[in-house]
Design a protein around this ligand. Structure first.
Ligand code: MSP
Length: 512
């Protein structure tokens, strides 16, 4: 595993001011599927997630909870680790920005920027939103109902005036525009790319990168009155996790990141500030930033004050993990906003997972159990209709790979379902149950073709629904070593005569 081509994928690190909700689960799930897929392809994957624990917002929440910030972040960060466990996430590391390795990495990055004359001391006078942890320009604000100014995100802003170190962001306007131009895939989807390009074209001012009015942050080296701006601190996590400031070994192998997955609200930080910091420090920018959309809940914006926050743990408890994973990636074209609805989830769970896929597996495996003495049947010559289905199954990987390389999860599932539906049509037309008496050799061939197709569906579904796909592969007696994409195609075909365990359903129906 350690030898393959490197692949480094990251989630945003989550603010610990809050309990995990569906938005957090969604971003990490998308990364989890890609990480699993790449591992099955033989890549040397590093999949990073974690928690963003500094800054005014977290400090404020700690105070509201009556706790010291360190105790508060210990508690809330644990909720995110628990979420990762419940959702079956396969991250290789979980970073907390309060860890020593991170504080050292941030300070090293800072020193590098200072040495390269990218940071200078000045004074900030402008607007800041604690909720967004962002500085906003006067021209970006609107007037709120009570006369206060609002950021484009709807968050209140406050006037801040304090000594501050600045990063020379203005110098990076042209290099950034050249980067976007030279690498059309750097920001996706296109709508976000256009948004970023027009923002940068409007001109970039130097960015305030330190604060003096609170202390919950990484101390600025050599100036104890300042803590680093939480976004500089947070973004640096992607370097910390690879061992920065050590730039050999893991770092050399895995940097630049292949993909930073983010929500659409934080694309500016990842596609403007972050590559500028990196270029300024003499480091390569990431290869790609993908910004996904936001979920609403039954048509309504999700917010704590409305009280309609969706708890992913409750969903998993109610529907089971794999149906939730499937629904989140199937329902909405990745990149678009989407609406969460229990009714639609249940429809997909019962219609697509239980009826279409689950029944196909159940029908095939129970016929093999009853009619073939529970062993993989011996196929005869394949007819054209057998070849059609097998070719579709063998071709799945080649079709799904490019689609996932552009993070189009819904399209990947569509492709898989074309073979699920193709198999259902095939089983109905071939009617193997009726062949037992008339042509048992043909029955064996048909069941073999179906089992081989299920093997491919099981392998390709592993990244999306690892538990259920794993159970399907168990029922086909696929050894752990054969659960890789190297086994796709005729080379990994089932051998006739292999005894199979007793079949049982893989996708239960949801009934109230
Ligand atoms: N701490 C920063 C990220 C720093 S990365 C160096 C942060 N954290 S967050 O906890 O507020 O948000 C994390 C992610 O959750 C974002 O990508 C955001 O888009 C996502 N979501 C928050 N609410 C969401 C929905 N309702 N729907 C989908 N994703 C949403 O930002």
């Amino acid at each position: 595993m350690g030898e393959g081509k490197p692949f480094f994928i990251t989630t945003p690190i989550y603010y610990v001011n809050d309990r995990p909700h569906i938005g957090h689960a969604y971003t990490t799930l998308a990364c989890d599927v890609l990480a699993r897929f790449k591992r099955l392809e033989g890549f040397n994957v590093r999949f990073l997630t974690g928690t963003d624990e500094h800054g005014q917002k977290v400090e404020k929440s700690a105070r509201a909870a009556g706790l010291a910030p360190g105790d508060f972040t210990d508690q809330v960060s644990q909720n995110f680790r628990d979420l990762a466990k419940t959702m079956g996430f396969s991250n290789d590391d979980f970073i907390r920005t309060t860890e020593r390795r991170h504080i050292l990495a941030c300070q090293a990055l800072w020193n590098e920027l200072v040495q390269r004359d990218q940071i200078y001391l000045g004074r900030y006078a402008g607007w800041y939103s604690v909720r967004d942890e962002a500085f906003w320009g006067e021209d970006e604000l609107s007037m709120g109902p009570d006369g206060g100014r609002l950021a484009p995100t709807g968050a209140a802003v406050e006037w801040v005036e304090e000594p501050s170190y600045f990063f020379r962001l203005s110098r990076w306007q042209e290099p950034l525009l050249r980067l976007y131009e030279a690498r059309p895939d750097f920001i996706a989807p296109d709508s976000r790319r256009n948004e970023v390009i027009s923002f940068v074209r409007m001109g970039l001012s130097d960015l305030s990168v330190s604060r003096t009015t609170f202390t919950w942050g990484v101390p600025v080296p050599g100036d104890a009155g300042h803590v680093m701006y939480v976004w500089l601190d947070a973004l640096a996590n992607y370097l910390t996790a690879l061992g920065y400031p050590e730039t050999g070994g893991v770092f050399a192998r895995h940097w630049p990141a292949d993909l930073h997955m983010v929500g659409k609200d934080i694309v500016r930080f990842h596609a403007v500030y972050w590559p500028a910091f990196l270029l300024a420090a003499g480091l390569a920018p990431p290869r790609r930033v993908f910004a996904h959309g936001w979920w609403t809940n039954e048509g309504q914006k999700i917010s704590k004050s409305v009280g309609n926050v969706i708890d992913p743990l409750a969903l998993v408890e109610r529907y089971g993990l794999d149906p939730v994973r499937y629904f989140l990636l199937r329902e909405v074209p990745f990149g678009n906003d989407g609406d969460f609805s229990h009714r639609v989830l249940v429809n997909r769970m019962n219609g697509e997972l239980a009826n279409e896929f689950g029944n196909l597996a159940q029908r095939t495996l129970s016929l093999i159990e009853r009619q073939c003495a529970g062993r993989v049947p011996e196929p005869g010559d394949f007819l054209p209709e057998d070849e059609t289905l097998l070719t579709a199954a063998h071709g799945l990987l080649e079709r799904v790979r490019p689609v996932l390389d552009r993070q189009a999860f819904h399209e990947a599932l569509d492709i898989l379902w074309s073979v699920v539906r193709g198999s259902n049509g095939y089983i109905d037309r071939q009617a193997p149950w009726a062949l037992r008496k008339t042509n048992p050799a043909r029955m064996a061939t048909v069941l073999y073709v179906l089992a081989e197709t299920l093997r491919h569906l099981g392998l390709l579904m592993l990244p999306f629904v690892p538990g259920s796909a794993g159970r399907l592969l168990d029922q086909l007696a696929i050894a752990p070593a054969a659960r890789t994409f190297a086994a796709v195609g005729p080379a990994g075909a089932l051998s006739a005569g292999t005894p199979l365990p007793k079949p049982h359903g893989i996708f239960p129906r949801f009934t109230v």
